[in-house]
Design a protein around this ligand. Structure first.
Ligand SMILES: [Cu+2]
Length: 445
């Protein structure tokens, strides 16, 4: 496995990454569906604004275009109080993609792996106050974030242009992301400096690792309408296998990119047997999100995302999660970031004893952080960061958490793919973002 992940680095040494020209970028209103920029594609089949940096390594071999990129964090996490803990942990992902033209179509394949089963598995996940979702040793996880599975994505993509303005997109994934929710937090540029998960993950984007996904979408330069048929069961505790199961769930998502700097989506999903522990309890999920990417001066980018997520379960009723996060990369080296959340979690979610178990608690958190990037060193941009969060709890949770304002923090090293433009190699690639007439691959942070 390690050898597989290092292959692209060897390939990088042999092939210089593309450098892209600075021709004015086309806007979604005037472009053809054949010219969708590859920067638009984020996790799974989700869209982000076109105004996103090219990152990672690109090379060609055997008629295929390859791309490799990733985002890794390692550091020390400490969460305060009786429900807190501390840990050394590593989180993130590495992704290898290949694509080629086939007539009027573009075919692609992706493998995305996470080290988290090996680096964030201590006691079922890393410490994170108020986090809930999935299980450890047959019990619901609480105040910990579960590790992502080793196989975050194994997918094949197929995009066929039907005319200047219309294309058909298919996505087949033994492990991957159905058309439900915003770009998943590990892939959002607005969250790219923050190693820790959003507390509303399981209301908004937790389906990003589903074991069995079929998605079909109709694409225009401005909008995409997708439907997925997928296995909606959350991953089990064995993080290194594929939890394949019958495809029992459905989702529908409408994405729009009205300008180069804006992307938004609304989506709905129905998962009749989502939970490992409560397999007979159906879950309905509704999400809406909007993302703004504003390029700044010399290599900076201001990325902001707002997300609303709502879960409706027959037993516990409906609950909402709101998120606003921003990542202000001033110049490619100095990054200030923050996240504000408000989530309705039940006593059941938080594994509280009777009678609190039946109550619903509105909890909030505010995170601020700073990341200093160095280098880049070849294809890798290293950075050192600090993240601090304060949580705001209702009175009923004070005795459980030892405070109404418990805090948490983390110091970390971040390794990300260097922006392709700034690696300083190559230099004379064509002025279009890539040589393809149709783009389906995904840069991400
Ligand atoms: Cu996740």
């Amino acid at each position: 496995m390690a050898a597989l992940l290092f292959l692209p680095v060897i390939a990088w040494a042999q092939a210089a990454p593309h450098a892209h020209g600075s021709e004015p970028a086309p806007s979604p209103e005037t472009m053809s569906v054949r010219d969708l920029p590859m920067t638009r594609n984020a996790s799974g089949t989700a869209w982000q604004p076109d105004a996103s940096p090219h990152t990672g390594l690109h090379w060609e071999a055997a008629g295929w275009d390859f791309m490799f990129h990733g985002l890794l964090f390692g550091g020390y996490d400490r969460q305060q109080g009786p429900r807190g803990d501390d840990a050394l942990l590593g989180v993130g992902w590495l992704m290898l993609m290949a694509e080629r033209e086939a007539g009027a179509a573009l075919v692609g394949a992706r493998v995305m792996l996470s080290p988290e089963p090996f680096t964030a598995q201590h006691n079922g996940g890393y410490p994170l106050l108020l986090q809930t979702g999935e299980t450890y040793q047959g019990e619901p996880l609480r105040d910990r974030q579960h590790p992502h599975d080793l196989f975050m994505e194994l997918a094949v993509t197929y995009t066929q242009a039907l005319s200047r303005d219309w294309a058909l997109q298919l996505y087949v994934a033994p492990a991957g992301e159905p058309a439900l929710g915003p770009v998943a937090f590990p892939h959002r540029l607005s969250a790219a400096s923050d190693p820790l998960a959003a507390l509303g993950h399981h209301w908004q984007d937790s389906s990003h690792i589903s074991f069995g996904v079929l998605t079909a979408g109709i694409v225009t330069p401005l909008a995409k309408l997708e439907a997925s048929w997928f296995n909606g069961r959350e991953p089990d505790e064995e993080r290194r296998d594929l939890d394949l199961r019958k495809l029992d769930s459905y989702s529908l998502r409408l994405s729009v990119n009205p300008t180069r700097e804006v992307s938004a989506q609304v989506s709905y999903g129905f998962m009749p047997s989502h939970s490992v522990l409560h397999a007979d309890e159906p879950l309905h999920r509704l999400t809406a999100s909007a993302t703004l990417h504003r390029p700044l001066g010399s290599g900076g980018l201001w990325a902001t995302t707002a997300v609303f997520g709502r879960n409706v379960e027959s037993e516990h009723g409906g609950s909402n999660a709101y998120l606003l996060e921003t990542n202000l990369d001033l110049d490619g080296h100095n990054v200030v970031f923050g996240r504000a959340e408000y989530i309705q979690k039940t006593g059941h979610d938080l594994v509280l004893p009777e009678p609190l178990e039946e109550e619903t608690f509105g909890v909030a958190s505010l995170t601020l952080g700073y990341l200093r990037n160095f280098g880049p060193l070849g294809p890798v941009q290293p950075g050192l960061g600090l993240r601090a969060a304060v949580n705001f709890l209702p009175e009923g949770l004070e005795s459980t958490y030892g405070s109404r304002l418990p805090v948490g923090g983390m110091v970390y090293l971040r390794l990300s793919s260097a922006p392709s433009e700034r690696t300083g190699h190559g230099g004379s690639h064509s002025s279009s973002p890539s040589s393809h007439s149709l783009q389906i691959s995904s840069p991400g942070p």
